[in-house]
Design a protein around this ligand. Structure first.
Ligand code: GRF
Length: 228
């Protein structure tokens, strides 16, 4: 997979267009909006697209003056026509990066291939552990002492693909899945804007399925936190 950030760097203001896809609360979207509002950031959130008409994230987009649109799967006969319509809408905004932020749809291979190298996702586990749903409950049931979140390039396999950054948090014996989810989410809000910034600055490359930051394998692309 080649990464196509084309190093547009932060030299000229808001020069790096992205589109964010959501389905729910949009707290990660909010973190991206907040980070993009920094005058130093080159990120231009051109549009937010939601698969869910009631997603709170649409309100967040509206409040930030970002165009928001709903693509409800019920309006399409099948997955491939849904994804084709989604591609047409996304491409209208000519994004250099497409950001999945809690987008609860499995995407077709056509969609993923179309954005190969410029499609990223955040998943609430330390991938390859716990792809899919109920990640926090599964980590607790497994007796894990550590959990976290992963930002990764998207490949056709669900919750797979080269890892850009992971955040680790402790799991406490008293945790229920909500408490753990909150602890992880707080870290998601740190690592997702950071990964987007790295991509926009052209600092990421993928070599043999492994993500390099500044061409460097030895850089630990991980955040550790003992925050409660
Ligand atoms: C996050 O936990 C993210 O990791 C997962 O979906 C959730 C979205 O939360 N993919 P929000 O909508 O960003 O608040």
């Amino acid at each position: 997979m080649s990464v196509s950030s084309e190093s547009s760097a932060a030299t000229d203001d808001k020069s790096f267009p992205i589109v964010v896809l959501i389905s729910g609360s949009g707290s990660n979207l909010q973190a991206i909006i907040d980070s993009a509002s920094d005058p130093e950031s080159c990120i231009d959130i051109r549009a937010v697209i939601s698969s869910n008409p009631n997603a709170y994230g649409l309100k967040r987009a509206h409040r930030a003056g970002i165009s928001g649109k709903v693509f409800n799967y019920r309006d399409y006969p099948d997955r491939s026509s849904y994804d084709a319509a989604l591609i047409a809408e996304i491409d209208r905004h000519q994004p250099k990066l497409v950001v999945l932020a809690g987008f609860m749809r499995i995407l077709t291979t056509e969609f993923v291939s179309h954005y190969s190298g410029r499609l990223i996702n955040i998943h609430p586990s330390l991938l390859p552990l716990y792809p899919g749903l109920n990640t926090h409950q599964r980590a607790i049931e497994n007796g894990d002492t550590e959990a976290g979140a992963t930002v990764h390039f998207v490949t056709p396999e669900v919750d797979d693909g080269p890892v850009i950054i992971q955040a680790h948090v402790p799991v406490f014996e008293t945790d229920d899945s909500n408490e753990l989810a909150c602890r992880v989410l707080k870290q998601e809000h740190i690592i997702y804007p950071k990964a987007i910034r790295w991509f926009a600055e052209g600092r990421l490359t993928v070599q043999n399925g492994e993500v390099l930051l500044d061409g460097n394998k030895s850089l630990k692309q991980q955040v550790y936190s003992d925050e409660k």
